[in-house]
Write a protein that binds this ligand. Structure first.
Ligand SMILES: [Zn+2]
Length: 347
């Protein structure tokens, strides 16, 4: 704040040098000479305007629905179900098992609604070594064969290990981990972007007698609503009863119905991570005076960012990116592209 005031004073000073002074003709009584007091009128503000960036794309909370291991039920059951509910999902197939269903995965990629991202080639962690072949090859396969730009990663079996952490930090907007004591990401704080926690949804046969497999996930969604935060859900097979931690189709539908009582931004893991990282980056940036009597914010763009726009409100004036006026949404909020790394306010 102190910096803003100093910069504001510099702008005022600069304006004083170029504007015509107004002579008030005040005569000092104790002096024989006339003292002239000048008042400078300038349109430039003395401090930067406050930018307000709506959390979670203008919604009360955010939910990301992620599905691991490329179970055949994802293509058969989950994609149609999510499409019907208008929910973009995030899929982490193991790259080495995509080939038999490649045509169907290509159709999902082509539709551009759901995210397909990295879960390694053979579902293995680095096993204490420093080999990144498994994660690097999966990126290449997804880009070259499936035709998607990879923005995120999910650790196989939720084992958060080096060197995947470092590899991901340089390339992905976020990497998804498993369960943690705190699973809700709040609107004012950044998670560890290399290990964003998620809530497991599925039957591991370990729930206490008085709890079903959905009790904790349903509660987590409600808790996220209470915190106005972001929650990531992790599923495996759906409607087959097979595989690791299965859920029934009815259970997935129950989760979707439960979330429908709240104002939720349903978005891919990549999109929510990008929005939240971009929002925090802009919020934590101090503006500097621009050459056009305005203010400019500059921030570092995280790797793997998608271009979902930030919804930004400001009392008056307009926002520009790369010299162009930023378009507004229907409620008058500017749609700022977080991947541009700068935005300018002009009076
Ligand atoms: Zn997995």
């Amino acid at each position: 704040m102190a910096l803003r005031n100093v910069l504001g004073a510099i702008v005022l000073l600069a304006a004083a040098c170029t504007s015509d002074p107004v002579d008030l003709g005040i005569t000092a009584g104790t002096s024989s000479s006339t003292t002239t007091v000048t008042v400078v009128e300038t349109s430039a503000p003395t401090s930067a305007p406050e930018l307000t960036i709506a959390p979670w794309n203008g919604h009360h909370m955010a939910l990301s629905w992620t599905f691991d291991d490329g179970d055949p039920s994802h293509l058969r059951t989950v994609v149609p179900l999510l499409d019907a509910a208008g929910i973009p999902g995030t899929f982490y197939p193991t790259c080495g098992e995509i080939a038999p269903d490649l045509v169907a995965w290509l159709a999902v990629a082509e539709a551009g609604v759901h995210e397909i991202a990295n879960h390694t080639v053979n579902h293995v962690d680095a096993d204490g070594g420093d080999d990144v072949t498994e994660i690097a090859d999966c990126d290449v396969y997804l880009a070259d064969t499936v035709g998607v730009e990879v923005s995120t990663f999910a650790y196989p079996a939720a084992v958060v290990d080096e060197p995947y952490v470092s590899y991901g930090a340089d390339r992905y907007v976020a990497s998804r981990a498993g369960w943690a004591f705190v699973t809700i990401v709040r609107s004012s704080t950044a998670p560890d972007w290399t290990a964003v926690p998620s809530v497991f949804v599925g039957d591991l046969g370990e729930a206490p007698d008085d709890e079903g497999p959905l009790d904790w996930p349903l509660r987590a969604v409600s808790d996220t609503a209470a915190e106005a935060g972001w929650l990531t859900l992790t599923f495996h097979s759906v409607g087959t009863g097979l595989g690791f931690g299965p859920v029934s189709t009815a259970e997935l539908e129950q989760m979707i119905e439960h979330s429908a009582q709240y104002d939720v931004w349903h978005a891919t893991f990549a999109d929510v991570a990008s929005y939240h990282r971009g929002r925090l980056a802009l919020m934590n940036t101090l503006p500097v005076a621009s050459e056009s009597e305005g203010w400019i914010w500059r921030w570092d763009v995280a790797p793997g960012m998608t271009d979902v726009p930030l919804l930004v409100s400001v009392d008056d004036g307009e926002l520009r990116q790369q010299g162009r006026v930023v378009p507004r949404d229907t409620s008058g909020r500017f749609r700022v592209d977080p991947t541009r790394g700068e935005v300018e306010w002009r009076p």
